[in-house]
Design a protein around this ligand. Structure first.
Ligand SMILES: Cc1cc2nc3c(=O)[nH]c(=O)nc-3n(C[C@H](O)[C@H](O)[C@H](O)COP(=O)(O)OP(=O)(O)OC[C@H]3O[C@@H](n4cnc5c(N)ncnc54)[C@H](O)[C@@H]3O)c2cc1C
Length: 434
């Protein structure tokens, strides 16, 4: 058993951001990961995945992307390389292959409260625990699919998908039309597979608007910095679907949109949400037109608000108009699919994720598994969390946003243990543009 001041659980970008700030403050700590640095990018992403955020939006405490293509989109492997270099730059004390099995109050009655962190590589006792295991605990499989006997059809969740060649033969029913579902459907279609997408609630987004990447707009209109206290419905805000976007390294296609209309034109069939798979029949909702209509209306309203911003700040003369994305037009869709007759061999579920912390033996989670927190401070004294979706700002779950939550968590940790606050708050270079 090792006694230490702080244990950080998770060596993704969020855990490393915390480690950098603790290192700068001279605080003893260890970063435990069940795998290696950036493990989810190595083991839970498909081979062709590129970040959908442009490289300039890859800022961590004391570090920012300085490569040749700030407007490009990093491949997952390149991003892991950057995380490794970042960790090496300050000697992050990462202990890999240490799966955390339990975080619980440590026994004993000393004055200082301690936590017991039991792992596959030994036990640590710590005054502070920072949970940085990511916003994507476990893939969500809709109730009508979970535990269903779908016969000889394979059920694959998006975190297990690698490339078209690794799927079984036949057509694919993709469940979910957010970023993951659309990117995978696009790749399968290009590989010659018959693809059907069961379209759930989604957020349609063009790659560019008036010549600028959509993340330029999200940042410069203040949307990424909007806090949970500023939104009318925090529960809905935290349940927002991911943006229907793709990042590509191929410059010709980098600016092209990925949307349901384009996929449909290339032969992908669109159907409504899957309610259940019974035997070999998928029961579908008759909601396709309503779902795509709602997404198109929301997109239109969003682009209107960007155009109002252009007028307000007087950029109208400098930015050209761009045509609005065309609404997706859908024919009537079936409400039942016979998977056998359709030749569908795989149901690929890309329906998002749910929180999952089975090792957390502290009364700090809601009934849905979400860790209760305010600015990363949980109800258990000395226990913190970083990297959750919309933890405080809208960009909390993005790579670029973790630095803000890491800074407030480390400030609180230092102040509560009598070490003042962060010696060096975020520099201007690391703060988003005004
Ligand atoms: C498909 C996909 C694409 C994304 N693309 C982008 C993008 O382009 N841009 C962007 O900004 N964001 C993107 N995100 C969102 C987000 O940035 C990533 O999910 C990111 O990986 C989250 O970083 P993190 O450090 O919070 O957690 P993770 O990267 O998930 O790191 C958590 C770490 O904790 C470890 N861990 C988990 N459980 C345990 C345990 N019990 N014991 C020990 N270690 C444990 C894991 O091994 C992992 O290394 C994407 C998400 C997904 C799913």
């Amino acid at each position: 058993m090792t006694t230490i001041d702080t244990v950080v659980i998770g060596a993704g970008h969020a855990g490393l951001a915390v480690s950098k700030l603790l290192t700068d403050a001279g605080r003893e700590h260890v970063v435990l990961d069940r795998g290696r640095i950036g493990d989810r990018w190595r083991t839970e992403r498909w081979d062709s995945l590129h970040l959908l955020t442009p490289s300039w939006m890859t800022r961590l405490p004391g570090w920012g992307y300085s490569g040749p293509d700030p407007d490009g989109y990093l491949g997952a492997g390149s991003f892991v390389g950057l995380l490794e270099a970042y960790a090496a730059s300050f000697g992050a004390p990462v202990v890999g292959r240490a799966t955390v099995h339990e975080v619980a109050p440590a026994p004993g009655r000393g004055a200082a409260r301690r936590y017991r962190v039991a792992t596959s590589r030994g036990t640590w006792h710590a005054r502070h625990v920072v949970i940085a295991t990511g916003p994507h605990g476990t893939p969500y499989v809709p109730a009508g699919l979970a535990g269903t006997d779908i016969g000889r059809v394979d059920l694959v969740t998006s975190n297990r998908y690698r490339n078209p060649g690794r799927l079984g033969a036949g057509g694919v029913l993709v469940v979910g039309a957010s970023a993951s579902g659309l990117q995978i459907a696009d790749e399968l279609n290009r590989a010659g597979r018959d693809v059907t997408i069961a379209v759930g609630r989604h957020t349609r987004m063009p790659r560019r608007h008036r010549g600028l990447d959509i993340f330029w707009w999200l940042e410069n209109t203040g949307r990424l910095a909007r806090t949970i206290d500023e939104v009318p419905d925090p529960v809905a805000a935290r349940a927002e679907t991911s943006l229907q976007l793709v990042g590509r390294d191929d410059h010709e296609r980098a600016t092209q949109d990925l949307d349901l209309g384009g996929l449909q034109a290339r032969g992908v069939r669109l159907v409504g949400r899957v309610e259940a798979v019974e035997g070999r029949t998928a029961r579908l909702r008759d909601d396709l037109a309503a779902t795509v209509g709602a997404a198109d209306a929301a997109l239109d309203g969003f682009l209107d608000s960007l155009d109002r911003f252009v007028e307000r700040v007087g950029l109208g003369n400098q930015l050209w108009d761009s045509p609005r994305p065309r609404p997706v037009s859908v024919a009537s869709a079936p409400t039942r699919l016979d998977l056998g007759a359709e030749g569908i061999g795989t149901v690929l579920v890309a329906a998002g994720y749910r929180p999952h912390h089975p090792w957390l033996r502290l009364p700090i989670t809601d009934s849905d598994g979400t860790i209760r927190q305010r600015r990363g401070v949980t109800p258990a004294e000395g226990v913190y969390v970083v990297g959750q979706r919309f933890q405080h700002r809208r960009d909390s779950g993005y790579i670029d946003g973790a630095r803000h939550d890491a800074a407030s968590v480390v400030s609180h940790l230092l102040a509560s243990s009598g070490s003042g606050s962060l010696a060096a708050p975020l520099s201007d270079a690391e703060e988003p543009a005004a």
